[in-house]
Design a protein around this ligand. Structure first.
Ligand code: CP
Length: 348
């Protein structure tokens, strides 16, 4: 089926790419995105962000709640001179009164890029299928790619002794979540060593370990999936995430029993990690469950720098995924249209 092109944005879609998982990107592409993050973060410090998303809009579909992803995309669009539209299921017909296909087609004709946080991965895949503008996965039950950019960037920012990402071992504490899965693939792709430390019942699916095996062969990375908390002594980065997601509330008690107290990130656990180890957490954090307040506030914690870097990442994402497709009109073309409209209005 030939997809309609967007008359509103006049995008050139030959090489259009969506962002569903970091596995779809080379390390060169990820490095490019992080270099763009660094440039835009520097510009933000000087309150001099170039208006690279001027007059553009990002449609932001949120089937699930969000603080960081929602605020960071909306603020990023504003800082870059554009606009973010918050679209909850209460605001649009997505999948209820209107098919996902038709929603994708309509949004493509009005927005320049679409970000979607969906409860069902099939929704984001369906959006990609029919969208004629880039679709960014703002977290589904499989992956959280925008979080990965912020995480890698934050780790790099806080390495002070000249080591590279590939010199580090990252331990994810807990369940095989979307973030855990994304970290497994991102770390091994970057030559970083990865550990998931959590109860056997909640460990990573074989499908993703098989893919990680391929990355390890290419990069020399390694991974270990273990229930042995003492393995924290081999780790430079400790990563926390909630022990249950909003769709798993019926499992909450069973999960908390399985994870607590052994897999909770405490000051004591951090003291057992490698000297200088840092603590990341994708947030939101529950400081009565997966991480203590003391650990979250420890001098080794970079969780709030990481949260701020969600904004840095979203600025880069909005620009990276749209700049190739944007046509900036010449001053002559702008004047010609303004003259035509003004001539018409003056006759009214
Ligand atoms: N880490 C993260 O995605 O946070 P939000 O759920 O608040 O967007």
């Amino acid at each position: 089926m030939k997809l309609p092109s967007s008359s509103a944005t006049n995008l050139k879609k030959e090489n259009m790419k969506h962002m569903i998982s970091m596995k779809d990107f080379t390390t060169k592409e990820m490095d490019d995105m992080m270099e763009l993050m660094a440039l835009l973060k520097d510009a933000r410090k000087d309150n001099a962000i170039p208006k690279l998303f001027e007059n553009k809009s990002v449609g932001m579909i949120f089937e699930a709640g969000s603080t960081r992803t929602r605020v960071s995309f909306e603020v990023a669009a504003t800082l870059l001179g554009g606009h973010g539209l918050f679209l909850s299921p209460r605001d649009i017909h997505l999948g209820a009164k209107e098919s996902i296909d038709d929603t994708a087609r309509v949004l493509s004709r009005m927005c320049d890029i679409v970000m979607a946080r969906t409860n069902d991965p099939e929704t984001v895949d369906a959006l990609c299928k029919m969208s004629t503008v880039p679709v960014i996965n703002g977290l589904d039950t499989r992956f959280h790619p925008t979080q990965m950019l912020a995480d890698l960037f934050t780790i790099k920012e806080h390495i002070t002794d000249g080591r590279k990402l590939s010199d580090l071992t990252l331990a994810f504490m807990g369940d095989a979540t979307d973030v855990c899965r994304s970290l497994l693939l991102t770390c091994t792709k970057y030559g970083m060593n990865f550990k998931q430390i959590g109860p056997v019942k909640y460990q990573m699916e074989q499908e993703w370990l098989d893919l990680a095996d391929e990355y390890c062969k290419e990069t020399g990375a390694s991974y270990e999936i273990t229930d042995d908390v003492e393995k924290i002594s081999e780790c430079d980065v400790v990563y926390g995430d909630s022990f249950y997601w909003v769709t798993q509330l019926d499992e909450k008690e069973e999960r908390l029993n399985a994870f607590m107290p052994d897999y909770v990130i405490t000051e004591e656990l951090m003291s057992k990690a490698k000297p200088g180890a840092m603590l990341l957490h994708c947030l939101p954090a529950n400081d009565k469950e997966e991480v203590t307040r003391e650990a979250l506030e420890g001098e080794y914690s970079v969780a709030f720098d990481e949260a701020e870097n969600r904004l840095t990442a979203q600025m880069a994402i909005l620009v990276y995924f749209t700049h190739k497709y944007m046509e900036t009109p010449s001053e002559e073309v702008k004047k010609m249209h303004a003259d035509k409209v003004n001539d018409f209005l003056n006759k009214l």
